[in-house]
Design a protein around this ligand. Sequence first.
Ligand code: SF4
Length: 324
Amino acid sequence: MGSFVIPEDERWGNLGRAVLFPRAFARRARYAPLVANARRSFAENAEGDFFVDSSCIDCETCRWVAPASFGSARDHAFVERQPRTPAEEHRALLALLACPTGSIGTRSKHNVKAAQSGFPDPAAEDVFHLGYHAESSFGAASYLLRSSIGNVMVDSPRFVAPLVRSLEDSGGVELIFLTHQDDLADFEKYRDHFGARVVIHEDDLGPRTKDAQLVSSGLEPAELAPELLAIPVPGHTAGSMCLLFRQRVLLSGDHLAYNPKKQHLVAFRSACWFDWGEQIRSMERLLAFRFEQVLPGHGHPAHLTARQMHAELEACIRWMKARA
Ligand code: SF4
């Protein structure tokens, strides 16, 4: 298995992911270096500059960051179509920077500095995708919200200089909201660099988060600011939470996401580490809240009208119950 070592305090979450994605995880374990290698390029890649190599862990990030360029094979991503416009090339370079395993490469040189300035990348009004996904979070997405209490980071990206500088220029980070215990990445470095407060649910406290401020110890939603509501959604983990922003955007962590193959909202049955029945009840409680957009940690985002989202959520609950 080469030199791949799972840090002690992340072992539980990563082992679960290894069970969920055994082929991709084993392949990743064989190829620990973080630079894409054209000699390990997948045969499915469209001929041309960009390629995906065999270290891909199939986290899906490139497929929603640059959907015009990246496609899905059985257990990995590949370049389905080479970028044809400057805008498509920019999105492909953002995917390259976001990739948690350095599995995307190019055969020619590009202006990476220009691409680096693309993060934080707007995802909704006053909501930004931070990019730079971490392998220790199995490629989970993280976000920044501009709120009345300052900038709020939702889960954590890798701690990288270009992003830190961008965040410094944007006013820093006031609060780090951890949706659950798995996707911590480099949150301590952001906390220490920006002097940010950290919040997490009591039931997901762990060795790395023992000094965090607790948002909630039960099922009651907690208001962090007039436009920021922390909603406990136990299921994926005992202390999972969503963050509702301005009754428009739901930062859903690993609780809820869109699946483009199934073409509906889903929860991750085979990645439910705590209790599927509890997760269904959490989903039912979400019906009481209005939102139009879902920005998940894993899986694809969704943007509908509030009415459509409510109907989609009801359909998701029926689908979950059929899998109980
Ligand atoms: S972002 Fe990287 S690891 Fe994730 S699916 Fe794309 S190539 Fe694979």
